[in-house]
Ligand binder design. Structure first.
Ligand SMILES: [Fe+2]
Length: 445
């Protein structure tokens, strides 16, 4: 049974294909479109599906969308209740009817796009990919919405090396949860507890990422690196807003970083000790907080092994602290710990739920490598390089239409500036030719 997993609700759009407990293919959309993270996590991009990644998965299996038995989407819109996903303050007043489970117009847009995703997959594919999408039949009948943190947890446990493990998911947010505690045993994955919005370590890290002049939901790794230059000067400030209880729960006060440390850095401002020290203090606060959560999870499970996923689990410095100072003997982190991995987790969750018939025998296989995306032979790479070399030589022309090889007169390419002085020199790229390149996403066969 082929099960296609899709992540598209927020960002890191991705697809994965599994069959009978085995991973067939998995890839992120950004590898085909060259748009980092696939898209920004904003409600008006929620409709965008990872068509190229899906196409790649289908191509790898030699099937079309019609041949897929189940489709697992890693966000459950009906799980959204009494929660604001996107701030209404970002939105002009609207007369749009509010959708079920939504609190405002942004949520309505977001949730409706998700509920309509089966139709978008069936009808919205790019024309150049129609070969594997056309005549897909009744996609909605195959559709499964999977809770976001269950998808993260499944991606951490089912492909892990362990038959039994505690599972911790740490995220910006899912439908409601921001942190999830699970126990996995063979083919069973049970949720123990969760921490819900608005208390989120991931969103705290995002807030400081913005404050330090970076792009949130993208550049958190830069803040982690920046931390290595600083000292824990402001650790007490973070401790004053993060409150960890002894039952696995935590709360984070809503605070304005500027009230603590003055105006935030903007993108092109220079870095100074303040920024290094804030990043370092945030990192230390994260590490000590998660260590407490990990100890609580160990006390609940007494498992030897810990599996982790969720965007915060991409923080490899924190992961090393958990490994070196935490109570678990072994730690395994899903390499695609961010939202891209939920495509795999959602697919594996449905696969296990529907097909793992023997409760005593492990159904899924350990994930022994991460090479589930496109690969290219030496011959294909050489073919592309020759094409690229020829394309550059033949498509550059001077202002008089002469090719670069036959023209050496710079005045043919001088252009007038606003001050009337002819100064700039430029070769004109007549056409990009990229659409004709061998192996381009638009030409996947
Ligand atoms: Fe997530």
């Amino acid at each position: 049974m082929y099960i296609l997993g899709i992540n598209a609700a927020f960002h890191d759009t991705a697809a994965a294909l599994v069959k009978d407990g085995k991973i067939i293919a998995a890839a992120e959309e950004e590898r085909f479109t060259h748009i980092k993270h696939g898209k920004r996590p904003v409600p008006f991009s929620t409709w965008e599906l990872p068509f190229h990644a899906i196409d790649y998965c289908l191509k790898t299996a030699g099937i079309t969308l019609k041949d897929v038995d189940r489709i697992a989407y890693s966000f459950a819109p009906d799980g959204v209740q009494e929660s604001t996903i996107f701030e209404e303050a970002l939105f002009e007043e609207s007369d749009t009817a509010i959708a079920v489970g939504a609190r405002n117009s942004w949520d309505t847009l977001f949730l409706n796009y998700i509920r309509k995703a089966p139709d978008q997959l069936r009808d919205g594919y790019p024309h150049h990919l129609q070969k594997r999408f056309v005549n897909a039949g009744n996609v909605a009948n195959k559709w499964e919405f999977v809770n976001h943190h269950i998808a993260h947890a499944a991606s951490a446990f089912f492909p892990s090396p362990f038959t039994k493990a505690a599972v911790l998911t740490l995220d910006g947010r899912g439908e409601l949860a921001t942190t999830g505690y699970f126990i996995g045993d063979t083919n069973e994955l049970k949720q123990i507890d969760a921490v819900n919005m608005p208390h989120s370590l991931g969103m705290l890290y995002e807030k400081i990422t913005t404050y330090l002049g970076f792009l949130h939901s993208s550049d958190e790794y830069k803040v982690m690196a920046l931390a290595s230059y600083g000292k824990p000067v402001y650790l007490e400030d973070f401790r004053s807003v993060i409150h960890v209880a002894n039952d696995g729960q935590y709360t984070i006060d809503d605070f304005d970083p500027a009230a603590f440390w003055g105006p935030g850095r903007t993108k092109d401002d220079p870095f100074d000790a303040l920024h290094f020290d804030i990043a370092h203090s945030l990192q230390k606060a994260l590490e000590e907080t998660v260590l407490k959560l990990v100890h609580w999870l160990y006390d609940q499970t007494h498992a030897e092994n810990l599996c982790m996923a969720g965007g915060v689990a991409l923080n490899c410095v924190m992961n090393a602290v958990i490994r070196d100072h935490g109570p678990f003997k072994n730690v395994w982190v899903q390499p695609a710990a961010g939202d891209s991995g939920t495509a795999l987790g959602a697919a594996q969750w449905i696969d296990v739920q529907q097909n793992a018939l023997n409760p005593d025998q492990r159904y899924t296989s350990p994930m022994e490598h991460v090479y589930w995306g496109p690969e290219y032979t030496d011959g294909e790479i050489e073919k592309f390089m020759i094409w690229a070399k020829n394309a550059i030589q033949t498509t550059l022309q001077c202002g008089k239409g002469n090719s670069r090889n036959s023209c050496s007169r710079q005045d043919h390419c001088l252009v007038p500036g606003a001050d009337g002085i002819w100064s700039a020199f430029a070769w004109i790229k007549v056409h990009s030719g990229i659409a004709d390149s061998p192996g381009h996403a638009g030409e996947t066969q």
